[in-house]
Design a protein around this ligand. Structure first.
Ligand SMILES: Cc1cc2nc3c(=O)[nH]c(=O)nc-3n(C[C@H](O)[C@H](O)[C@H](O)COP(=O)(O)OP(=O)(O)OC[C@H]3O[C@@H](n4cnc5c(N)ncnc54)[C@H](O)[C@@H]3O)c2cc1C
Ligand SMILES: *[C@@H]1O[C@H](CO)[C@@H](O)[C@H](O)[C@H]1NC(C)=O
Ligand SMILES: *[C@@H]1O[C@H](CO)[C@@H](O)[C@H](O)[C@H]1NC(C)=O
Ligand SMILES: *[C@@H]1O[C@H](CO)[C@@H](O)[C@H](O)[C@H]1NC(C)=O
Ligand SMILES: *[C@@H]1O[C@H](CO)[C@@H](O)[C@H](O)[C@H]1NC(C)=O
Ligand SMILES: CC(=O)N[C@H]1CO[C@H](CO)[C@@H](O)[C@@H]1O
Length: 625
């Protein structure tokens, strides 16, 4: 069958014909059961029997890590390297699977390994998205969002980290850019020699291998050349550069996705002092109300069946910027009013859930490539076989998504404001010519990213000004979707920046490179913005076709004190002993790029802090037990 005639088969249908792979059947991993008792007061010494005591011995750990995501897997590796520390890693999702490893296949559409959250409708953004709200897709799988993300390796700008520094707090000095480079480097294994040559910024020998894809096609070269013609240089953005067109590096090894699970956890899972439980949903952090120190956690491998685990030294929360809020609120840590509303006993009044930020982009700006040959199903199947057998071919690529342009629009900062992130899509050409294609259809992935005749240009707002808030689900706080008031584009500055960047993207059409080829502006159906023109039209499109990047940060931000932050610069929760938060939620603001590499850096730095506190300072901060 020829793609472009009748029906476009979904990506997963290709897997049906390949032996040993079935995208739709994601079997839950065998879950390791710990203690069996599920009594009401799991932590009360008075109700324990002898059998309970035996189970208890098996459920006592030095450290408990909540969330086996991007940060959690790095932490599990580093803490279990100390052989006399017993470490427990609890992950709500299933184990990772080779189906998620094919670079050309976007995993952000695999609902079974996503949390599938949505922003609240607000009447000024996400207007034409279903329900007037935007999808927020973070990973629910061992490896977390590093399994469902786009794998781009970007660190952000010096200005971002320097901005985290606060003159009143000495501890924040360590978070300045010059201080964090060493932590980026100690997890990095850079595979591109030209990048590696800049040894001030890059290194080899870390667990996370990053490099560019070898596969490059004609359009990657044309778009890169067009941006170059517009004045951008081709450079390594992960140094101290403001503007560039980038052939991105990705978290891959042998043309296979390298999540933090495969890079950091898999190689050490045999360690006897490390226990990993998948399918384990943590519902509560148990805190002694008087002493304000943590005892342990309660988690469920089956809905309603509670199991305890106890921590002798520390509990580390790494469940991501949205789920951290749910768990902390359920445990009595959060804004007094929010906690009281749910009749939960308040332990500490902290601004958990406030300061929510996500990067945002918009649909609607696309270019058509008119001379792309039709792709046959046989070709695609053969390309899958090539990837499975040899880890090569078009599927060992992200297509045009390998290219992005980082643009600095204004004079005031020495850092980019917008990333023009490109993403290819294959639209049936007959349909494309005959009728107007909706923004939704232009975005919906029909084939692996390696095959495309349409290029979506997503202008990503790298440092949003708008702030939101996360709260518990009103009716079902424990299991229900948290309320995410994302407030996308609430600040008019955010809208202006996005629309300003579109003017730059449209200049591509004026380049000699584009004029040499048959690349045209895509006449998408922009209802209800089609009657407007110029800036009014783009403002309308931005408000209607808003898209969340699903890079949430800030809900547990670090800072000086409990009025404006949740953790201190050592990532310890204010006012509680034995609880740290180590993941993207502690970032006060975004780094201007993706936040995958910054999250690994935070985990690496956090692990070093913990080891230092317990080894060198002999638990100085926590004189417990
Ligand atoms: C679609 C998409 C594409 C992206 N692309 C890029 C990119 O190309 N480059 C880039 O730099 N960044 C990208 N990002 C962002 C980046 O990958 C993430 O923001 C970052 O990895 C977040 O790391 P984290 O450790 O904070 O959270 P996560 O990696 O999401 O980990 C949290 C983990 O905790 C688990 N968990 C949650 N609640 C519980 C609970 N109650 N009990 C037990 N476990 C729980 C979750 O299942 C999850 O595994 C992308 C993100 C998405 C969603
Ligand atoms: C909280 O408790 C009060 C008084 O017992 C009750 O009226 C209210 O419905 C409870 N609210 C919730 C959310 O459980
Ligand atoms: C894999 O590579 C080998 C050696 O180059 C080649 O003979 C084989 O046909 C390739 N397999 C596929 C499916 O492309
Ligand atoms: C890459 O993966 C292929 C397919 O599994 C394997 O044959 C090959 O040995 C791997 N190469 C390296 C360098 O690991
Ligand atoms: C908390 O820190 C902020 C600066 O980050 C400062 O402005 C404020 O005064 C501090 N509040 C208290 C109570 O110390
Ligand atoms: C010019 C044109 O054909 N416009 C149509 C685009 O598609 C929408 C529905 O998706 C129609 O309402 C328009 O009339």
């Amino acid at each position: 069958m020829i793609v472009g005639t009748d029906v476009i088969p979904s990506i997963s249908s290709y897997f049906a014909v390949l032996p040993g792979v079935n995208m739709s059947k994601v079997l839950p991993t065998c879950v390791l059961l710990l203690a069996t008792s599920a009594n009401a007061d799991l932590f009360s010494k008075a109700t324990r029997t002898k059998a309970d005591e035996r189970d208890l011995r098996n459920s006592v750990f030095d450290f408990i890590i909540i969330g086996g995501g991007t940060a959690g897997c790095v932490l599990a590796n580093r803490l279990s390297a100390i052989s006399d520390w017993k470490v427990l890693l609890l992950e709500a999702g299933i184990d990772e699977n080779i189906d998620y490893d094919i670079p050309g296949v976007p995993t952000k559409e695999y609902r079974p390994i996503l949390w599938n959250y949505r922003s609240e409708r607000n009447g000024y953004s996400c207007l034409s998205r279903p329900g007037g709200s935007c999808e927020i897709k973070t990973g629910k799988v061992l490896g977390g969002s590093s399994v469902t993300n786009d794998m781009k390796y970007t660190r952000g700008s010096k200005a971002d980290y320097d901005g985290w520094h606060s003159t009143g707090a000495l501890g924040s000095l360590d978070w300045k850019f010059d201080g964090v480079i060493e932590h980026f480097k100690s997890v990095e294994d850079n595979g591109d020699y030209d990048v590696l040559m800049n040894s001030h910024y890059h290194a080899r020998g870390g667990e996370m291998h990053v490099q560019r894809f070898k596969h490059a096609d004609r359009y990657m070269e044309i778009f890169t050349a067009a941006f170059t013609e517009m004045g951008l240089r081709t450079l390594d953005i992960n140094t101290n550069i403001q503007e560039a067109v980038v052939n991105n590096q990705f978290a891959i090894s042998n043309n296979t996705r390298l999540s933090t699970n495969s890079a950091f956890l898999k190689p050490v899972r045999h360690r006897k002092n490390l226990q990993v439980v998948t399918g384990a949903y943590v519902t509560k952090i148990v805190i002694d109300k008087q002493e304000k120190n943590v005892d342990g956690v309660i988690y469920e491998v089956e809905k309603g069946k509670e199991r305890p685990a106890y921590a002798k030294r520390e509990i580390i929360l790494a469940a991501g910027a949205i789920n951290n809020v749910r768990l902390l609120h359920l445990s009595g840590i959060g804004p007094k009013a929010d906690i009281k509303k749910h009749n939960i006993t308040l332990i500490v009044d902290l601004p958990v859930g406030q300061n929510y930020q996500d990067q945002v982009t918009i649909g609607g700006l696309a270019f058509v490539l008119n001379d792309v040959p039709v792709v046959t199903e046989a070709e695609v199947i053969n390309d899958f076989k090539t990837w499975f057998q040899n880890r090569s071919g078009p599927l060992a690529s992200r297509g045009i998504a390998q290219v992005s342009a980082f643009i600095q629009l204004y004079e005031n900062f020495n850092a980019p404001d917008v990333e023009l992130a490109l993403e290819g899509n294959f639209i049936r050409s007959d349909k494309f010519m005959l009728t107007n294609v909706s923004v939704h259809a232009a975005e919906e992935t029909n084939l692996p990213l390696s095959y495309y005749n349409l290029v979506n240009i997503n202008p990503v707002l790298l440092r949003p000004k708008s702030r939101g808030k996360v709260m518990l689900n009103k009716r079902n706080p424990k299991y229900g979707r948290p309320v995410v008031q994302a407030n996308f584009l609430k600040e008019s500055e955010d809208l202006d920046t996005l629309v300003d960047s579109i003017d730059i993207a449209l200049q591509l059409l004026e380049t000699k490179e584009f004029k040499k080829t048959d690349i045209k502006f895509a006449p998408l159906d922009l209802f209800p913005c089609d009657r407007l023109s110029n800036r009014d039209q783009w403002n309308c499109i931005a408000r209607h076709y808003t898209k969340a990047m699903s890079n949430p940060v800030g809900t547990c931000r670090m800072g000086e004190n409990s009025t404006n932050s949740v953790v201190d610069y050592q990532l310890r929760v204010h006012g509680i002993e034995g609880l740290r938060i180590i993941d993207a939620s502690v970032m006060p603001t975004h780094a201007r790029g993706g936040i995958f590499a910054p999250t690994m850096m935070i985990a690496e730095k956090g692990a070093k802090m913990i080891i230092k506190d317990w080894k060198e300072n002999n638990g100085h901060y926590y004189n417990r037990r």
